[in-house]
Write a new protein. Sequence first.
Length: 249
Amino acid sequence: MDDEDGYFGESVAATYDESSAEMFAVDVVDPAVELLARLAGPGRALELGIGTGRIALPLAGRGVPVHGIDMSRAMVARMRARPGGDGIGVTIGDFATTKVEGTFSVAYLVFNTIMNLTSQQAQVACFRNVAAHLEPGGCFVIEVMVPELRKLPPGQNAVPFHVSPTRWAFDVYDVATQGMSSNYVNVVDRHGTYESIPFRYVWPAELDLMAQLAGLRLRERWEGWTGEPFTSESHRHVSVWEKPAGDGE
């Protein structure tokens, strides 16, 4: 990927909010903001992959100081253009390794963003990076899908998630490497475009081990932001890991 904004350059940023409109609904955003505000308390919040500010802006509106890390200048520019966006500090860089000043009472990665790190090494580095930024007693929150391998019959590696006369979208899995990609075909005036974005899917137990390696321990795991029980039938999870209160820097 040659674009300095990675896979979320201008062409993606221009339509990101519209293409993910269901994630901007009040009943989706408010429970996440409520939990994060509670975990932040009087402290600061660090958002990894802050994007166009879907969570950061309402969280800041609750009085929580928010700082973001994001590689995509194009996405951040959209946040800056929204009311309150110019009041949120952002550091441009890879959130697996980028350092910012100060410590935080909560750090968070939402909407499958941990999967934008396409190697296990990078995902492990992300946990260590977050742990270094957390205050003792601080929390790291991740919202991510449970890999949908149960949808793959023998011999098949693709799962469609949108089919219409002008748009096709499907995920392709490599179960040997835990690699996957989301692929989009769009047809406008009989002309087609194709886009593919790579990810690395990750299991809850694997995330717990990454947390352990970073000195964090699992505090809570739910199916969603309102505390629904996580079960073997859950398609996603919201997990909270805590930095032990006795740990210093």
